[in-house]
Design a protein around this ligand. Sequence first.
Ligand code: MOS
Length: 728
Amino acid sequence: MKFDKPATENPIDRLKVVGHPHDRIDGTRKVTGTARYAYEQHDVVPNQAYGHVIGAAIAKGRITAMDTEAARRAPGVIAVLTAKEAGPLKKGKRNTAPLLAGPEVAHYHQAVALVIAESFEQARAAGALVKVSYETAEGAFDLAEAKDGAAKPEGDDPSLDDTQVGDFAGAFAQAPVTLDATYTTPDESHAMMEPHATLAAWEGERLTLWTSNQMVAWGVTDMATTLGIPEDRIRIVSPFIGGGFGGKLFLRSDVLLAALGARLAKRPVKVALSRPLIVNNTTHRPATIQRIRIGATRDGKITAIGHESWSGDQPGGGPEVAVQQTRLLYAGAHRMTAMRLAELDLPEGNAMRAPGEAPGLMALEMAMDEMAEKLGLDPIAFRVLNDTQVDPEKPERPFSMRRLDECFRVGAERFGWSRRSARPGDRREGNWMIGMGVASAFRNNIVMKSGARVRLDANGIVTVETDMTDIGTGSYTIIGQTAAEMLGVGLDRVVVKLGDSTFPVSAGSGGQWGGNSSTAGVYAACIKLREAVAQNLGINSAEAVFADGTVKVGNRSLSLASAAEGGPLSGEDTIEFGELDETHQQSTFGAHFVEVGVDAYTAETRIRRMLAVCAAGRILNPKTARSQVIGAMTMGAGAALMEELAVDKRRGFFVNHDLAGYEVPVHADIPHQDVIFLDEVDPMSSPMKAKGVGELGICGVGAAVANAIYNATGVRVRNYPITLDKLL
Ligand code: MOS
């Protein structure tokens, strides 16, 4: 189905099942431990062996010798795999550095070997006996130092281009009120709960991978490329994922090494990356240095806005797209954005938790707060004054829907914004200095082609199959709700099967496109199934009403299940998105409100209240959407106050490579959280009229926290995370 005209009224609009706060249909399995994650697939194939990954001990250079003899002779060891045993490998399109090093080493903890043994303990113990000799080369590990040599990112992706509208330099020079400030965000780690893990089994030439991966079809393609075998010999199964956050968008070493190890050992091999390996072996969110310049008239109209961002990555990698939102968020006739990429030999950077906007807004929305203060304007008033209904770089392109001003209005009222004092350090409760901050939330609504297959059997059970994944987001539930709505049955009549590459290719889970796109694919498949049902019942599908387990035409009512009496019926289709996405800018909007207390003597910061108001199209399930948003707000609190990978700039690695050293928020750090969804439907986004919402929840939170800290203390910290040492 091609989606190229605004959605008209359709069965989804009945909202009998869609739009309701159903519990997760996979929830019971998850909390009772019966949902099998990759490493727990104990009984899908017999004779499983365990692989233990050895990571490189240098950041850059080459392996000069490897002695694996002692490891091979250790108890229980079946085989040791290195680049030599692996033979020639290509690199998947989405990997920057090879997943297996040798002889060259591209980054610290790049995999150099896999020890395979009868038990995990034996594999790990033997791993300590592998001796690797290296020749170390000089590397670049310091973004600030490499910044001046950074270059324009290569590639044909237009989002990487510099943008210029009008005469930014001239307008900025002439503006009566200006801000020119530089902000930094650190390297960060996904820190998802479930480690990267894979069980690989060969059956002749065919490879099955039970793994934890957000993008099943990308994985098949990249694995086929890496191994040099046809895609149709690879099956990826990824039904449950204990968090991805972008770290599982792409194949990592667990998948490749499990596959190679299983081939070498001639039996199934399972591999999980240990927590200390994940940080340097897999991807991370790259650090940024961001310079923002804003010029405005005395009454607060932005005349010039410029955003430059520097980040680093491995050779051949890409930048953190931190300027993305600045192209679209505020009006202003003269504008520029630019990104520069430094070549660094730190581990590979890539997407993490709303890449681009999340760190970009941490800078931009602090700059907006600083600018509002210079102008003597309320931070909300300043933002609303510079709101726009069209793409500021291309005024002929309207937003499909944009209710940023309403997010602020609704939020200000709910949060009690009028109680905020404009003067920093004005409110005190005992030793606590109290402050409030806001920030805009912005994240683009990406739409992605997505397919599904839906089957109806004679018992009236509807089964949906798609390779869509559920990374904790609620995909199972909203997909089930969509099929139930379309076929007029209760959610309890729907079985949802996900995360298997033998199912139709979906949008996958990334960039907050999964919810809207994958349900739209299910919608398209259900239209096909409705046609098959109508045909079997000898009725006109356009006139048929599917409700309460029946199909009605006029005053005739037939049971839905009766259509499948002669055998199951199925419908399969893929939704494809046409030019609406080009004629209109599709984005999601929100407003974040935060109240903090800062201890006047220790500078300990405590978040006291958080509120997010989101305008993100139809909310398919307010309960799972709320869970997404409060989780994202929690990540935003982490980014503002604690998350930071410490870079060893001499040896080139992230030092705090575990959850003791890499701090993430715990329950005690997170106060009452409130989420409001504006009641809206966006007919430009899909037949579902929904949009992405998960990543919107993190976008802007960091700046709202920073702005609240400033309001509490009068201390402006432009280098995240805002730890107490920076406030004293
Ligand atoms: Mo998301 S960081 O695109 O999985």
